[in-house]
Ligand binder design. Structure first.
Ligand SMILES: C[S@@+](CC[C@H](N)C(=O)[O-])C[C@H]1O[C@@H](n2cnc3c(N)ncnc32)[C@H](O)[C@@H]1O
Length: 236
């Protein structure tokens, strides 16, 4: 399904950057409100599913304000976590949040990661894949920078299979979220884009298939929050 609210693939990078730049200061607060505080629990699960070895290196792709990278450093002070994102304003909020946790924030594109092959033990992303112009290329880049045997982990919104949940979720997402997002962030259009961005996004099995198509092995996933959120895991 397409939507008049969505940018074309060519317009998408600039559109997404501008949107996150505008909501960067209210992004974390809105996440906590929208998910009733569950989002940090999901990020904790992502870090655990990265299966990092002692002293390992994690790349948090599209780190935004750094919540997954910071969660990783909080849970595993022995590891190094690097955050990369193409929106300067999101990174600026991230840098200010917890400098004592020593997370390097790098400005860069998920479709052309500024890191060498095989240089991380795992790569992860949270709520990024809906926003990229080419999902396969984004997974391929994460696979490239991860060492052999390392994991690629993806946290994203997904389509609930159970029809009553799907209807309830759609009402919440398409009607309540834009209203609340508009009040909290002053950018109702950004929180209108958000539900619409899920429409053309593949379902959980479709996303797993894209991961397999770029050479990731043992791909599996787990759904959460009444089937509205999924964590996908693959190995290089
Ligand atoms: C919904 S936020 C997620 C932030 C963070 N991962 C989290 O868990 O809250 C999406 C982020 O993806 C970033 N993003 C989207 N496309 C990107 C790309 N091609 N390269 C780098 N960052 C990208 C945006 O700048 C934004 O910060």
């Amino acid at each position: 399904m397409t939507s008049p609210v969505l940018p074309t693939p060519e317009e998408k990078p600039q559109y997404v950057r501008d949107m996150f730049a505008r909501i960067s200061r209210r992004y974390d607060l809105m996440n906590r409100i929208m998910t009733a505080g569950q989002d940090q629990r999901w990020r904790r699960m992502v870090v655990e599913m990265c299966n990092l070895p002692p002293g390992g290196r994690l790349l948090d792709v599209a780190t935004g304000t750094g919540d997954i990278a910071y969660m990783a450093r909080h849970l595993r002070p022995d590891i190094e976590a690097v955050g990369v994102d193409f929106t300067f304003e999101m990174l600026a909020v991230g840098r200010e949040k917890a400098p004592e946790l020593g997370v390097p924030f790098v400005q860069g594109d998920a479709l052309n990661l500024p890191f060498a092959d095989d240089s991380f033990d795992a790569a992860c992303s949270g709520f990024m894949m809906r926003n990229v112009a080419d999902i396969g290329s984004a997974f391929a880049e994460q696979r490239r920078v991860v060492r052999s045997g390392g994991r690629v982990v993806c946290l994203e919104i997904t389509h609930p299979r159970f029809t009553p949940w799907r209807k309830l979720f759609q009402f919440y997402f398409f009607h309540v979220v834009p209203l609340v997002g508009g009040v909290i962030s002053g950018a109702r259009d950004a929180y209108t884009y958000l539900p619409h961005s899920t429409l053309p996004f593949p379902d959980a099995e479709g996303l797993a298939e894209i991961m397999r198509s770029v050479g990731l092995r043992n791909v599996h996933y787990r759904t959460l929050m009444f089937g509205t959120v999924a964590i996908h895991i693959g190995e290089k």
